[in-house]
Design a protein around this ligand. Sequence first.
Ligand SMILES: [Zn+2]
Length: 303
Amino acid sequence: MRAGIDIGGTKINMGLIDESGRVIAKTKLPVRAEDGCASIVGSAARELLKMLDEIGASRKDVSFCGIGIPGTVSEDDRTAVFVENLGWKNENAADIFEQAAGIPCRLIHDAHAAAVGESKAGIAKGRKVVVCVTLGTGVGAGVIIDGKVYKGALGTAGEIGHCVSKPDGRQCNCGRRGCMETVSSGMGIEKAASEHPRFKGRAMKSREIFSAAADGDEAAMSIINEAVRALGDVLVCVVNVLSPDALVFSGGICGQKELYIDPVTDYIRSHAYPVAAGEGLLIATAALGEDAPMIGAALFGEG
Ligand SMILES: [Zn+2]
């Protein structure tokens, strides 16, 4: 069997997976970013050994453990180069895990892991070129070409949230301005509402903004329409450049089907190069839900 560990900004989702991607056992752990890499990875390793013990197995039964992290991974998949929301820079996370758990390990960007999961065990199984867009606090993507995750030469492939939508727009966490995720992510939608005269000073969560839009609030609707448009523009380019046969939406916001996913899908279908966006392109929401990065991390080591 394999193990997958998905380290997020506030929690770890981890589990034991069989070779087909089926979850044998799983659990969650809280994450406190201030604890640092060694402590967070060490506690995940201990929890994994405990899970194995509980099902009567041992570390020898696990051939591989993939660790998904919300940031950039080194070329050899062993170092967390830059993880903004955990404050990690050049952390030897794979070494730390292997020393603690005694199981071979590699790191993978969490958006890439979600793409591997959906490509090997989810909605895009059997597809040739898969783009999986993770819509959450930020916007990221993973690209799978012929079954393999495409990292790019510098490991940053799929950072579509940082394509420019408004050159002089809002400040982004990456240091630039006007990135698409400052408009189209959950955080971007919340920021737009906080700046809008209609909602000023209310600190609304994205789901409240969606629900206001569903109730016919025009200001909320215009914020969401802008988010749809900015994401749609970037995905039209992604579809035209990569010619995928599957485009999958994953992450928290992908539950907003009628107000977000359906309009983005229509936008891509009607604006991308016609052959690229025709019936050969599956556009769908993820089948594995929040487990996609965990399952993908576990499966990404296989050839
Ligand atoms: Zn950015």
